[in-house]
Design a binder for this molecule. Sequence first.
Ligand SMILES: C[S@@+](CC[C@H](N)C(=O)[O-])C[C@H]1O[C@@H](n2cnc3c(N)ncnc32)[C@H](O)[C@@H]1O
Length: 417
Amino acid sequence: MNVWVMTLKKIRTVELFAGVGGFRLGLEAASDKFDFIWANQWEPYKKEQYAFDCYTAHFGKSNNHVCEDIAKVRDDVPEHELLVAGFPCQDYSIMKKNSLGIEGSKGALWWQLDHIVRNKRPSYILLENVDRIIRSPAKQKGRDFSIILRCLYESGYAVEWRVINAADYGQAQRRRRTFIFAYRNDTELFKRLAENVCKRGLKSMHEYVVSDAILAKAFLVQGHDRIYTDQWIDEMIYPEVCDISNDLKVEFYNSGVMMNGRIYSVDVIPKKEPFVPIKNILETGTIDEKYFLKDEDMAKWIYSKGAKLEKRRRRDGSTYYFTEGAVKFPEPMDMPSRTILTSESKVGRTSHVVTDLQTGRLRTLTPKECERLNGFPDDWTNTGMPENMRYFCMGNALIISIVKRIGFIIAKISSFN
Ligand SMILES: C[S@@+](CC[C@H](N)C(=O)[O-])C[C@H]1O[C@@H](n2cnc3c(N)ncnc32)[C@H](O)[C@@H]1O
């Protein structure tokens, strides 16, 4: 095969907010077409950069692996075809700064990503965020996600999204994440969808979401609910992004598409695949004593996991009743885990407590087990960081095989073949 053709087949990929490299691991496992040419990861204001060190321990030290605030290096991003990013979920509201432009709230990192998209205009963009991004903020549901869609619309992209619960698709963790895939208006994907929407309107948007979308091909759907959203976010109704920020509330469902400023969204029902129970990923050998629950912490564990009905006092002195239900303690071993958070293993309600396979005693998860729940190779984060940071990095990370499934479909896009 001629070398020039081989070069064309590579998908130059840039990874932002790279963490310990979940996107890279997943996409490289899907296809060798993904050529990671630049990555950025920086933990704000920390002297030690453990996630970045882990990234370079596996993918090498290079001038193209940059540990710096993205705001400072956003114009150094090279030309590329695919941009991937698990960007932090923040408040994306904006206000008008002056006649010259707009200003994002609290310097939210979305605006850095938006700047890069507007300037580099990669053919494809794959983003990941928490499931609540489609609903936030609570006081103006759907505002932040509408802002993201509007920005991508202004940059000339169509967008599809799906909230994926990994346990529905064969994983050992009930981790729900929103995946967002966008394609530029000169790609075949965009043109085909645009033509269909132009001819058949909302019906074709529905068909796309449930069966033809990249994310629907990666994660099959067996049905959908009857309620849907049909909403315009274009400049005819909202002249500027800040008008969306000020006024718009949208009910977004777990899947949807935005084409030429029109949004269709519906709750799809996943075609479930058998999950992996948590007991299958537990370490089997002798576990270090430090992971076992200590007698002196037992009262705290029982309290934090238990049901509560407590009279509490607000700052202004008024009182209210705080209630919450009990959570399973220990975890049911035949079920997938709940979502691992950055605080995993600390005494508290959200940390997992499992029954040790060898001794039958109660213990927390080991860092290796958290890596397994996310599908990382064992000891991926054992690159010199303290254990609490290993939990932290896994709490932030992606589930590798979920990314791999998306990567597998992206690699089949005709322009890459
Ligand atoms: C949700 S995590 C992404 C995790 C990643 N997908 C993985 O699999 O490990 C977001 C990452 O953005 C990084 N980050 C936060 N602020 C940043 C900034 N200003 N510049 C660059 N990276 C930043 C955080 O350190 C964190 O690792």
